[in-house]
Write a protein that binds this ligand. Structure first.
Ligand code: ADP
Length: 663
């Protein structure tokens, strides 16, 4: 069949090509001379038919710098077809440079030797289609993008859905929990209500005073009966009031405490703290043990203070009474100069007061044996008997002697035995007293009684003898003995009278019953009257010298007693001194009377004691009767007058007793 086809001439071929709808051009040299370009191609180029015969770049000068020339020439040289799609080319069309897009093919037409003899250039303007495609692509892209976004949204939605489902689950779980919690809460609330009721009950019934104060005003939130009673009020009068508006008198003492606890948040404890308040005009006072506890209503902040108060008034009063009793006992033992001891029978341990040691002759506490060791050997038996008795009666008392070096002292011990649970003696508490002074006084009294009895017995015996003789001679009144016997009886009675007077005077002096009856008299006249009986007796000569006119105001009878005593003593104790001088003088507003004898005198050591009651300075081997009261009574009489009785004496030369009376 092919053989039957008539070959077309070149002209005819070109004619056919020019009709082709595809733009077509043919280049016939390596420098791309345009042999043929159909209308399609010329329209693409934007030129006219004058391009025929020109080289590619001559025909389309704006193509320079674009890749097409080189691509075409490469196809020429290599013979390899080059195809491209959607390739942009910048061409001047209608006088305007514009970019269009082309699908094109460069194909080398080869001769029999395989040499290129022309290039066939076909092209198709795809600008519109490209734009369309681009638009489609963009649309597609947009759609894709939207799709993607949609997908993402769907995914998100799904996720959200999932989350919602999860949340739903959680919600339903939470709901269950909430229901549970509500039930628990209800139960807790019931429990709280119950517990609060119990708490209120506890607070109300507590024996400890409880009050809860809130805020700066110390408003009373809770208060119980015990507290109300402490301040003499009723609970209903206190609730929701400011505490210090009710008891302002307590504010100065208690406000700082409450504020302190509120600001520091630290509790405060007070023991045996005194308080007082007024209720219905009456003062209530006592002692409290107090606890101030910070009170936190919400969270951490202290909003108030809870105060617990325990009334300890009776305990404190008891303690005070005990302390006072102890103090009284201490003062009493100190005043009585009592030593105290606490002896433990089981351990033999002894606790002593310093005064006890001092009485027993030690300057520091000793072991039990040391105290026992100073008891006089003759009194150990007495002491042992006292202890035996004490174990039966529970009470010890004895008086015994102790030896301090070469001194003997008297002690008096008292003690009470305390027993253990098996009724065995456990301790003995007691006192120790130095009774040496009392003992000596007792001794003196005993001595005095025996002396006084003896002194009274002598004149009474003599009186008795005289009366017996008088009785025998009563039928013979002319017997020469009778006047003598009567004189003896009279003297004995006088002596008894003097002794009794002395004893009465001592009694009166001791009871402060000696009253002075003062009058004015001349001292020398009183002295004369006193001297008379002595002078009459004959043996003694009494000289009265000095101011014989001197007058005093005094109790004449008592001064007579003093002078008589001094003159009698001079006669008694200086029997060999026949002269007694009495001198009256005036000295510094006082009348002075001095009675001097020239007898044996008195040793200096004894002078200070002469005026003591019952004191007698007996010279050895020489007994003179007397009670040791004369000088004591005289000195008291003179003292009561505001004067002084004194003595100067020298052994072997004599003594001068003198007294003064205020003028
Ligand atoms: P009485 O004479 O009863 O013993 P007094 O009180 O009068 O008591 O005297 C106390 C003591 O003073 C006497 O015991 C005596 O020892 C001493 N005395 C008193 N007067 C004299 C004197 N003139 N000379 C020496 N001794 C005297």
């Amino acid at each position: 069949m092919i053989d039957s086809v008539k070959p077309l001439s070149s002209e005819a071929l070109l004619q056919v090509l020019s009709l082709s709808e595809d733009a077509t051009a043919i280049y016939t040299s390596e420098d791309l001379r345009i042999q043929f370009a159909n209308d399609g191609m010329i329209a693409i180029w934007g030129k006219d038919r004058s391009v025929i015969g020109k080289t590619f770049e001559e025909a389309i000068p704006e193509i320079k710098g674009q890749p097409f020339t080189a691509l075409l020439q490469n196809v020429w040289r290599t013979g390899e077809t080059y195809t491209a799609k959607d390739t942009p080319a910048n061409l001047v069309v209608n006088g305007k440079l514009q970019t269009s897009y082309f699908d094109f093919t460069y194909r080398a037409i080869l001769d029999e030797q395989g040499q290129t003899y022309c290039l066939l250039h076909t092209a198709k303007d795809v600008t519109e289609s490209l734009k369309h495609r681009i638009a489609i692509a963009e649309n597609t892209k947009r759609e894709q993008h939207m799709n993607e976004e949609l997908a993402a949204m769907v995914e998100e939605l799904a996720a959200a859905n999932e989350e919602m489902a999860a949340t739903n689950e959680e919600l339903s779980a939470t709901n269950d929990e909430l229901i549970d919690t509500r039930d628990t809460l209800r139960r807790s609330l019931d429990a709280v209500k119950e517990s609060e009721a119990r708490f209120q009950n506890l607070v109300r019934e507590a024996t400890t005073g409880i009050i809860v104060l809130n805020g700066d005003n110390a408003d009373i939130l809770i208060v119980n009966n015990a507290y109300a009673r402490l301040i003499g009020r009723r609970v209903e009068d206190l609730l929701h009031q400011s505490l210090f508006s009710i008891i302002p008198e307590a504010e100065p003492a208690f406000r700082p405490l409450i504020d302190g606890v509120r600001t520091s948040g630290e509790p405060v404890y007070l023991y045996e703290h005194p308080y007082f308040v007024y209720a219905d005009g009456e003062k209530i006072e006592g002692y409290l043990n107090l606890v101030y506890q910070p009170y936190r209503e919400y969270g951490e902040e202290v909003t108030g203070v809870m105060v617990l108060c325990q009334d300890v008034t009776s305990q404190v009063d008891g303690k005070l009474r005990l302390a006072q009793a102890e103090e009284r006992a201490r003062l009493a033992t100190a005043a009585a100069k009592l030593g105290t001891y606490d002896f433990n029978f089981k351990t033999q341990e002894v606790i002593t007061s310093p005064r006890f040691d001092e009485i027993m002759g030690f300057n520091a506490p000793q072991k039990h044996e040391a105290y026992l060791g100073v008891v006089h050997p003759d009194d150990l038996d007495l002491r042992a008997r006292a202890y035996q008795k004490a174990f039966k009666t529970g009470h010890l008392h004895y008086t015994a002697r102790i030896i301090h070096g070469d001194e003997i002292r008297w002690i008096h011990a008292e003690g009470t035995i305390y027993y253990d649970s098996q009724h065995q003696p456990e301790r003995m508490l007691g006192t120790m007293q130095d009774v040496t002074g009392q003992q000596l006084q007792q001794q003196q009294k005993d001595d005095f009684i025996s002396i006084a009895s003896h002194e009274l017995k002598t004149p009474v015996t003599s009186l008795k003898a005289a009366l017996q003789l008088i009785d025998k001679l009563k039928d013979n009144p002319n017997n020469a003995m009778l006047p003598k016997l009567i004189m003896q009886a009279r003297k004995s009675v006088e002596r008894v009278g003097i002794l009794i007077e002395d004893l009465l005077n001592v009694g009166r002096l001791q009871q402060g019953e000696m009253h002075l009856q003062k009058s004015e008299f001349i001292v020398s006249q009183l002295l004369n009257a006193c001297c008379n009986p002595i002078s009459i007796a004959g043996k003694y000569k009494i000289q009265i010298q000095g101011d014989l006119e001197l007058q005093v105001e005094a109790d004449e009878h008592r001064i007579d007693q003093v002078v008589t005593n001094l003159l009698n003593n001079a006669v008694k104790y200086a029997p060999d001194s026949e002269l007694i001088t009495v001198v009256i003088s005036r000295e510094n507003g006082f009348a002075k009377v001095a009675v001097t004898d020239y007898g044996p005198g008195i040793p200096e050591a004894k002078l200070a004691h002469l005026f003591d009651r019952y004191y007698r300075a007996e010279p050895s081997g020489h007994h003179v009767s007397g009670l040791g009261l004369g000088l004591y009574i005289s000195s008291e009489i003179i003292h009561r007058h505001g004067g002084e009785l004194s003595v100067t004496s020298e052994v072997g030369k004599g003594s001068t007793f003198y007294f003064t009376l205020p003028l």
